[in-house]
Write a protein that binds this ligand. Structure first.
Ligand SMILES: *[C@@H]1O[C@H](CO)[C@@H](O)[C@H](O)[C@H]1NC(C)=O
Ligand SMILES: *[C@@H]1O[C@H](CO)[C@@H](O)[C@H](O)[C@H]1NC(C)=O
Ligand SMILES: *[C@@H]1O[C@H](CO)[C@@H](O)[C@H](O)[C@H]1NC(C)=O
Length: 549
């Protein structure tokens, strides 16, 4: 009754985050299945992380059993390989388009077959899940590889590794290696897996440019931490770090015909903001959501800088403005705005179109030299009154903003039409953020605001000589604590140096950052990791293509 895996029925589909194949004789029991080895190996070179999870499992029974492989990976990551080894044979997943994977998945399900899929779980992770039938007294090895470019937020990069094998494991290892050429300026290991007894299982070794974090818990330690239980550990190991930045014009790296440019100057003064908050007060916001929104707004108003100007729009079917003009963030104005925020109540349907257009109009009427305008929409719903066709709203908003400033959309809860918000934000050089309806939603809102609280440059444009196939090179704002990353191909091999020019507007003047680095000095990140730069380029190119779609 054991399934032989070389049958044509085996059809793996990885990438579209789906994995499908046929397995008969489903068996729900999971006793006597021993995960005897569980390794996570993460290598980070120049912010690019490649992580390999290897799980080795034995079926100790005298009959075949279904063995599950279930792991959680960061939402931003791409799975680039899934491999299964059984009875000396290796099975590789095939990279397919998402649509096709979805279709195959539906077909497999309608045929009553077992299938694996990647689901969103929580805020930062998604789950990759699959199972296979393993013969009596046989072993299986699962190997999943995923990649991600670590993004700098609030002054640091974060590598998050989740581990929850669902039993204690005799040979459990997490190995992390980080190499940053400019030098590592700050490092901290956090997360539930670094608490209590488990803290003793972590060793950190570092030099100027390199860090090794090894986590080798014994079986006993695996049951003794804040996130441990009788079935072993279940939680995150989080590594936060930042790099040295000697050169304001950024750091350049190149190898094998590709280059990457990290631009994050710190020698700049903040630019005053013009910020308008467009707040949903429709009926669906009732209860905790509207309460947390009020609390977050009160805190944000408390943090707003004196030289900023701000406006508040609230909406249901009607659009209501606190003040028709943006006002300076003086103490008196902030006090009045806070009083207004305390009176926000939920009621009625949702007119997103008119509300956002009102916000745009307020910013457009308020032209200030050398300032950074930002529009922030917070909503939990789908537009259902006034103009409620998402396509038309997107078109209206895009036309009104005309590329002049970014729109950020904060989608509250799960009823929200998040795709609509995402498209609208991306079309206007902003970003959409999901706010999870939870006890800390007010902190999530403040956390987002902090990221955009301190603009340092606007209208940032990056140029490179002798290079092509560039990833995005224009950015409306550069915020303190973030980083702009551009990758491309070196197309003119006759040049002996790579030249970068960054043009931007700062608080007091137009600024130009120029740099020229001899290509021979750029060569090679690390001999054994030659293709990392190409991977960074591919990662950014795919991410930006997916966002455009
Ligand atoms: C982790 O993976 C890297 C790259 O594949 C390899 O060089 C290294 O030896 C591995 N480390 C461990 C501890 O397995
Ligand atoms: C498996 O072992 C049990 C006893 O441990 C025995 O009763 C059973 O017949 C065995 N099954 C097979 C398929 O050999
Ligand atoms: C930017 O952030 C750093 C700390 O993350 C801080 O030291 C610095 O003062 C900030 N710069 C401005 C202009 O606010």
């Amino acid at each position: 009754m054991c399934i032989t895996m070389d049958r044509a029925a085996l059809s793996l589909t990885v990438f579209g985050f789906l994995l499908v194949w046929s397995v008969s004789g489903l068996n729900k029991q999971e006793n006597d299945i021993d995960i005897y080895s569980f390794h996570i190996n993460s290598t980070v070179i120049s912010r690019y992380a490649i992580t390999i999870i290897t799980s080795r499992v034995a079926n100790c029974l005298n009959e075949s059993k279904e063995v599950h492989f279930q792991v959680q990976i960061p939402k931003n990551a791409f799975i680039n390989r899934f491999r299964m080894t059984m009875e000396g044979k290796m099975y590789d997943g095939v990279v397919k388009e998402k649509e096709e994977a979805q279709q195959q998945y539906s077909q497999a399900v309608s045929r009553g077959e077992s299938a694996g899929i990647v689901n969103s779980v929580g805020r930062t992770l998604e789950e990759f899940k699959t199972s296979v039938t393993v013969a009596a007294f046989s072993k299986v090895t699962f190997e999943l590889t995923y990649e991600e470019l670590l993004k700098r937020q609030l002054g640091q990069y974060q590598l998050l590794i989740n581990a929850q094998p669902m039993q204690t494991v005799a040979d459990f290892k997490i190995d992390v290696y980080i190499h940053e050429n400019p030098g590592i300026s700050f490092l901290a290991v956090n997360g539930g897996l670094s608490t209590k007894e488990l803290a003793n299982a972590v060793t950190i070794t570092r030099s100027d440019k390199e860090v090794w974090v090894n986590f080798y818990p014994t079986r006993e330690q695996q049951t003794n931490c804040d996130v441990c239980g009788p079935t072993g550990l279940k939680g995150d190991l989080i590594i936060n770090y930042d790099v040295e930045r000697q050169n304001p014009s950024g750091a350049l790296q190149a190898s094998e015909g590709y280059f990457v440019h990290y631009f994050a100057p710190t020698d700049v003064q903040r630019i005053p903001k013009n910020v308008v908050f467009v707040i949903d007060r429709s009926g669906s916001m009732s209860g905790r959501k509207i309460r947390q929104t009020r609390e977050a707004l009160l805190k944000i108003l408390g943090d707003i800088s004196e030289e900023d100007h701000f406006g508040l729009v609230t909406f249901n079917a009607h659009i209501n403005v606190w003040n028709p003009e943006l006002l300076p963030a003086s103490e008196g104005n902030l006090q009045k705005a806070k009083d207004f925020v305390r009176t926000i109540r939920d009621h009625g349907p949702t007119n997103i179109n008119d509300a956002v257009l009102k916000g745009v109009e307020m910013i457009n009427r308020h032209q200030r030299e050398r300032s950074a305008s930002i529009l922030i929409l917070l909503t939990d719903g789908a537009p259902n009154t006034g103009e409620s066709d998402p396509i038309k709203i997107q078109a209206n908003v895009k036309k009104a903003i005309g590329g002049k400033f970014p729109l950020y959309c904060l989608g509250f809860g799960f009823d929200v039409n998040f795709e609509f918000l995402q498209k609208m934000a991306l079309e206007n050089s902003g970003r959409a953020v999901r706010i999870y309806e939870d006890s800390d939603a007010d902190l999530q809102l403040q956390g987002f605001y902090e990221e955009v609280a301190t603009p340092l440059l606007t209208d940032v444009q990056l140029n490179y000589t002798g290079a092509g196939n560039l990833t995005q090179t224009t950015f409306s704002h550069y915020y303190n604590g973030s980083e702009i990353v551009v990758a491309g191909q070196i197309t003119d091999n006759s040049l002996d140096s790579l030249q970068t020019t960054v043009i931007a507007i700062s608080r007091n003047s137009n600024v130009i950052y120029q740099d020229s680095v001899f290509t021979k000095d750029l060569a090679g990140v690390l001999p054994q990791h030659e293709n990392f730069i190409e991977r960074i380029w591919a990662y950014l190119t795919i991410k930006q293509l997916l966002e455009k779609e």
